[in-house]
Design a protein around this ligand. Structure first.
Ligand code: B12
Length: 371
């Protein structure tokens, strides 16, 4: 179907493009014709016309003439119209290529248009790499090597830079709370749960708020598990209830309360606006109001979750990428033993040793007096 514009037809004169575009060039000679917003680099009408003519003359001298095809591969530069009009000046035909085209796409268009010449800009890569190296040097690195540069969204690039730093720090003074826990094998853990508690432990989990990432909580809870490690549903001595994703904090607490859960598992991706913290805090506040906070183990997990943040929020532990369901099952078991005074809080040591003695959460959630 053809839609007609309400405006009168544009009159296209029977004339070549170049004289049409430059028809006022003499009158406007000193006025700016093209300006690059970012840099302010500009050409007047007189410069535009004379540069286009010079380019045409140069092309002509190289054997480019009427009917020949020029492929222009360049970003939007102020020189673009000069090139375009220069080609037109000698009766050439322009075919313009998107600078983001792949090599294959460029090759296709060059063949398809039967281009004789290709006009392009000097490779930007080396300059950008040098800029990255200078940034790295300003950040205090020496012996800088920029090994990789990739586009990363509109107007951004991603660099991998190696360099030497002269900065010193006291490695021994660095303290990062990590979840270290003692670990039993699958059968053994089921046996000790039965032996020490005489019942199945109840675990209720969900990905809360608007978050729809189910895969993390599924990896921990579903029968199949993760990385060859059985999920919590597979443990005969655990009753694992996975509520899935987009579960309101209040709904998770309500279900956990109804099931008399021993542990609540919360999965969440970290967001810049800190929605993960808001949701996590809301959940713990509701748990407090419902009087299950003190008697329940709260675990926080997700692809960018760390133990420190989880502790600060008031969880018992935080688990990030690579967590196995058996880590979580063992953590819950030992935490319950600790809570009931039947196992000392595990102490980390410099040397690893057999399961039951060593490893354990390095810190307790701030401000939580239980047991
Ligand atoms: C698949 C995926 C999606 C799918 C999710 C489908 C589904 N059904 O889950 C879809 C397409 C829906 C999606 C959407 C979005 N996604 Co997404 N997504 C991913 C992706 C590529 C893989 C996630 C995955 O499946 N991982 C596999 C599981 C097994 O790993 P995991 O989640 O880390 O879980 C492990 C541990 O973290 C831990 N764990 C996880 N939860 C819990 C909970 C407990 C209690 C415990 C103990 C352990 C634990 O155990 C698991 C096993 O080891 C990741 C990138 C990545 N590589 O991580 C991004 C990623 C998670 N997504 C991200 C984002 C930003 C989004 C969107 C906001 C994008 C957008 N702008 O729209 C939306 C959000 C939609 C929403 N409402 O939530 C970001 C999150 C950033 C962050 N800071 O955490 C990531 C990390 C990508 C990135 N750019 O960095 N996504």
């Amino acid at each position: 179907m053809i839609f007609k514009s309400p405006h009168p037809d544009v009159e296209i004169p029977e004339t070549a493009l170049r004289p049409l575009v430059l028809r006022h060039a003499e009158r406007l000679a000193d006025k700016v014709a093209i300006v690059e917003a970012g840099s302010g680099r500009s050409y007047t009408y007189a410069e535009l016309a004379s540069n286009a003519t010079k380019l045409g003359a140069g092309l002509h001298a190289r054997g480019f003439g009427k009917g020949d095809v020029m492929a222009i591969l360049a970003p939007n530069l102020p020189e673009y119209p000069i090139a375009f009009l220069g080609v037109a000046a000698v009766g050439g035909v322009n075919t313009t290529l998107n600078p983001l085209y792949t090599a294959d796409e460029i090759a296709f268009q060059l063949r398809d248009s039967k281009a004789r010449f290709l006009l392009t800009v000097p490779p930007l890569m080396e300059k950008a790499k040098e800029a990255a190296a200078q940034v790295a040097k300003k950040l205090g690195l020496s012996h800088v090597l920029v090994s990789c540069m990739e586009p990363s969204g509109d107007g951004y690039s991603f660099f991998v830079v190696y360099g030497r730093t002269h900065m010193q720090l006291d490695y021994a003074a660095i303290e990062v709370p990590v979840v270290l826990h003692r670990k039993h094998g699958f059968d053994e853990l089921n046996e000790v749960i039965q032996r020490d508690f005489g019942r199945r432990l109840v675990v209720v989990g969900a990905c809360i708020g608007t978050d729809s990432h189910t895969t993390g909580i599924d990896a921990i809870m579903n029968m199949k598990g993760f990385a060859g490690d059985y999920g919590l549903e597979r443990y005969p001595q655990l009753r694992a209830i996975n509520l899935g994703s987009q579960v309101e904090p209040a709904a998770l607490v309500a279900r956990a309360k109804a099931e008399q859960a021993d542990a609540i598992l919360v999965s969440k991706v970290v967001t810049q606006r800190e929605v993960h913290k808001e949701d996590a805090r809301a959940l713990l506040e509701i748990a407090k109001a419902e009087k299950i906070y003190e008697k329940t183990i709260f675990l926080f997990g997700g692809p960018r979750v760390d133990h420190k943040t989880a502790l600060e929020l008031g969880f018992d532990a935080g688990f990030g990428p690579g967590t196995r369901p058996s880590d979580v099952a063992n953590f819950i078991y030992y935490r319950m033993l600790e809570r009931s005074g039947r196992a000392p809080p595990p102490q980390p040591t410099a040397h690893g040793t057999p399961d039951a003695e060593i490893q354990g959460a390095t810190a307790s959630p701030a401000g939580r007096a239980r047991d």
